[in-house]
Ligand binder design. Structure first.
Ligand code: GFB
Length: 309
């Protein structure tokens, strides 16, 4: 790592824990982390103090209020307000503390609902957003724009990466608030143990989603920290997508659940397709390695050991 000390905000989550694993594996760097109990990132004074006291050379913002399609629809206030608070505090305090480089994480849902597929970086702000996650997307767009504003006004090296749908160890497996892959893993596991004949999939099963393992994302983020110094956003994805039905079939196969799939049409489908154009990052010289089946297998192994903690 080209930096001696890195503050990883949100180090216990899906992305942050992968970033910490990756940085530990790849060289000698002082990692600065604070648990949610130790520090409330929504508190500006506390965040100012953290940056002032620890003086990291670099900051990676993996902290955010996140959730699946249902959590986003049910809690628009928290998804908008808490994300704005967390990112504003960290970005502004990092600038005051003289942080050399900051990486902010957006999301593929910042792109318009009807963006041409695969979605290139320049599709941002070209059309209306998907209503189920508009508050979250607006907060993330504000974060990207704040990083770009610091770059333009003060020359700060604050960059933004746009990951696709993610999965891996430390994902949220709560059926009410999780994303689809973790939810299906848990449902297939529970159905297998209970000897059930079928598993309920939300929506029609026809929406397409692209999935990237969090360890691949973390590797891509380290690559960007070391090699990319421009304010324009960069997509980080796998490059191919599957339907929700196909995903459910792979998950059931990996878990060993052989019952039927049923579809609950009362649940929302969300955006019909969300596949990122990853050619920019590919040209810069990075690509992901963990195939969907292999990643689901290792995530299920993790879930069996740690998932019920
Ligand atoms: O992963 P997910 O919750 O979020 O849902 P999004 C993806 C698709 O999977 C939707 C279907 O069509 C869901 O209806 N699905 C099927 C399920 N079964 C299930 C289930 O048991 N649980 C869940 N959660 N979904 C999110 C945004 O959108 O994408 C976030 O809401 C974020 O803000 C994230 O951007 C990356 O992919 O639709």
């Amino acid at each position: 790592m080209r930096f001696r000390s890195v503050l990883v905000a949100g180090h216990q989550g899906l992305v942050g824990s992968a970033v910490v694993r990756n940085l530990r594996r790849n060289g000698d760097v002082e990692l600065i982390t604070r648990s949610r109990k130790e520090l409330d990132l929504r508190n500006r004074d506390a965040v100012d103090r953290l940056l002032r006291d620890t003086k990291p050379e670099a900051v990676i913002i993996a902290a955010a209020k996140v959730g699946g399609i249902q959590a986003n629809s049910r809690y628009p206030v928290e998804f908008l307000l808490e994300n704005l608070e967390i990112q504003n505090n960290l970005i502004a305090a990092s600038f005051v503390a003289g942080v050399q480089k900051l990486l902010f994480l957006g999301s593929s849902c910042i792109y318009p609902k009807s963006a041409p597929q695969p979605i290139a970086e320049d599709a941002i702000l070209t059309g209306p957003l998907e209503p189920t996650n508009e508050p979250y997307a607006l907060a993330k767009i504000a974060g990207i724009k704040l990083c770009q504003a610091y770059a333009r006004q003060y020359g700060a090296n604050f960059i933004s990466a746009m990951p696709t749908n993610l999965y891996g160890p430390n994902d949220n497996f709560d059926l009410e608030s999780s994303h689809v892959l973790a939810a299906l893993l848990r449902k297939a596991h529970d159905a297998k143990l209970a000897g059930r004949r079928s598993l309920m999939v939300w929506g029609t099963g026809t929406p397409r989603r692209e999935f990237l393992h969090s360890d691949d994302l973390a590797d891509g983020l380290r690559f960007l920290m070391e090699n990319y110094d421009a304010p324009d956003v960069v997509n980080v994805g796998w490059g191919q997508d599957v339907t929700v039905r196909e995903l459910a079939e792979i998950v059931c196969d990996v878990v060993g659940f052989s019952g039927d799939l049923e579809f609950d049409h009362s649940k929302p489908d969300g955006v019909p397709r969300k596949l990122l154009d990853v050619s920019k990052l590919g040209k810069l010289g990075w690509k992901p390695r963990i195939s969907l089946r292999e990643g689901i297998r290792s995530t299920y192994d993790w879930f069996l050991k740690e998932g019920d903690r």
